[in-house]
Design a protein around this ligand. Structure first.
Ligand SMILES: Cc1cc2nc3c(=O)[nH]c(=O)nc-3n(C[C@H](O)[C@H](O)[C@H](O)COP(=O)(O)OP(=O)(O)OC[C@H]3O[C@@H](n4cnc5c(N)ncnc54)[C@H](O)[C@@H]3O)c2cc1C
Length: 423
């Protein structure tokens, strides 16, 4: 059978693309290598799926990399408001939580995948799971997708033909969910360029990391990213120390630039400010008030009293590693130590645990208004396979939904136009 459109990969972008193309009146099949659709969606937002947020375009664009301009047509054609309406109309209620993040009301990510599968089924999309596309070739106006099929005991191979192909294979991050980078090979086989790939939204490992820090979460702290002695990014919010180093919302936010700098051989430091709301002078006054309340004589602060004082200024678990990082700590040096705790960053966690892949199919080789490859009519790209990534907070799934929707609709329009002109 010759399909109008083949979608490669049933993640957020692929399922949205397939639904939109089928709703427009095209015959659509989705090829997914996993035995079921939406494996990555199921682990998003710690199993709750932060599917988008309430930001306006101007606010949203500040969190999109490397350039939000490319995303603009896709976002305007299927915005965050449209995403909410899409899911609500399909029967999935959503809620807005702190910071404008939007989740399914059930707080179950699997409900998002289930809803997308239901939408595909209702639009008569043929869902072909367990088939991994290994290459795509074009013969005249027809694309052929060659795949291998995991039939349990034996592997079969086959091919399917279509008038258009939408590549939504994701990036390289969390490869156990199925995203292993095949879409990049497909793009390169059609002479599209790839922008350098690197993991983003990932943990940063300090040099001589004190493992006593692992497991400590800090709220409302400040973090400055310093590259080759120049401060390049300052963020405030929550940070987590884990076995992999510095992560959490704040660590992730600086990770994109930090990873890029490490890969470029630059020197990277993170400077932690435990009291970003107070100036050093205000902090001195606060420490004075704490000591007065504890009836401590500033001239006689031994180790024990210092630890009691620190207990009033930071989470208890942080005291031992804080003291270890500041040998000779005294009342006089305490304000500066609280304002600046420097970590030299030596490495980062790779794709196995990075939330997204930065880089990908070059924005220059894809038409932003349709998401069709500039030099290959009928070949479309959407989602993380593109050189587009966002910060944490629902940006990445919104990118996948917006680009998936636009690619699906524009691929369908092209087919319907061709059909109308040949009639
Ligand atoms: C742990 C984690 C938590 C996250 N949490 C959030 C969050 O809460 N909010 C948010 O906005 N973003 C979140 N993200 C990021 C977000 O999930 C991704 O950016 C988004 O899912 C990308 O969608 P996609 O459809 O482009 O790719 P994917 O979701 O990766 O889907 C690609 C699909 O293609 C299939 N595939 C790949 N190659 C082939 C092939 N050759 N043949 C057939 N099928 C193939 C894969 O199996 C997969 O199903 C999170 C990511 C991770 C890893």
């Amino acid at each position: 059978m010759l399909y109008d459109i083949l979608v490669i990969g049933a993640g957020a972008a692929g399922m949205m693309a397939a639904t939109k193309a089928a709703r427009a009146g095209c015959s659509v099949a989705v090829l997914e290598r996993n035995p079921f659709c939406g494996k990555k969606i199921n682990i998003t937002g710690k199993g709750r799926c932060n599917l988008t947020n309430t930001r306006t375009w101007d606010e949203f664009a500040r969190h999109v990399h490397p350039s939000a301009n490319f995303l603009r047509p896709a976002f305007y054609s299927f915005s965050n408001k449209d995403v909410v309406s899409f899911f609500e109309e399909a029967g999935l209620k959503t809620v807005v939580t702190q910071g404008g993040r939007i989740y399914p009301e059930s707080m179950r990510a699997a409900d998002v995948s289930r809803t997308l599968v239901k939408c595909m089924e209702e639009a008569w999309v043929e869902i072909l799971c367990g088939r991994e596309v290994i290459s795509v070739c074009r013969e005249g106006d027809i694309f052929r997708c060659n795949y291998i099929e995991d039939g349990g005991r034996r592997m079969d191979s086959g091919s399917i033909e279509a008038l258009s192909v939408i590549v939504t294979t994701g990036g390289l991050s969390y490869p156990t969910t199925g995203s292993t980078g095949r879409g990049y090979d497909i793009a390169e086989s059609f002479d599209l360029h790839l922008e350098p790939l690197f993991p983003s939204l990932t943990a940063l490992m300090p040099w001589q990391y004190d493992t006593a820090l692992s497991g400590i979460d800090l709220e409302n702290v400040g973090l400055t990213l310093v590259v080759d002695r120049t401060p390049v990014q300052f963020e405030t919010g929550d940070l987590s120390f884990t076995d992999n180093g510095i992560e959490g919302a704040l660590g992730f936010r600086v990770s994109r630039r930090a990873v890029k700098a490490i890969l470029a051989g630059q020197k990277v430091f993170l400077e932690l400010d435990l009291k970003p709301a107070l100036s050093t002078e205000q902090l001195k006054a606060r420490i004075g008030r704490e000591m007065a309340a504890m009836q401590i004589d500033p001239g006689r602060v031994g180790q024990l009293l210092m630890r009691q004082l620190l207990a009033r200024l930071m989470p208890r678990a942080l005291i031992v590693p804080f003291v270890a990082a500041n040998p000779g700590l005294s009342v006089a040096t305490l304000p500066a130590a609280l304002k600046l705790w420097r970590f030299k960053i030596q490495s980062f966690t790779g794709y196995e645990r990075a939330v997204v892949t930065a880089g990908g199919v070059s924005q220059k080789d894809v038409i932003a208004k349709t998401l069709c490859a500039r030099n290959v009519p009928g070949l479309y790209f959407a989602g993380e396979v593109l050189d587009l990534d966002g910060d944490t907070g629902g940006y990445n799934l919104q990118i996948a939904f917006s680009t998936g929707s636009l690619a699906g609709e524009s691929a369908a329009q092209r087919i319907l136009k061709q059909r109308a002109s040949s009639e």
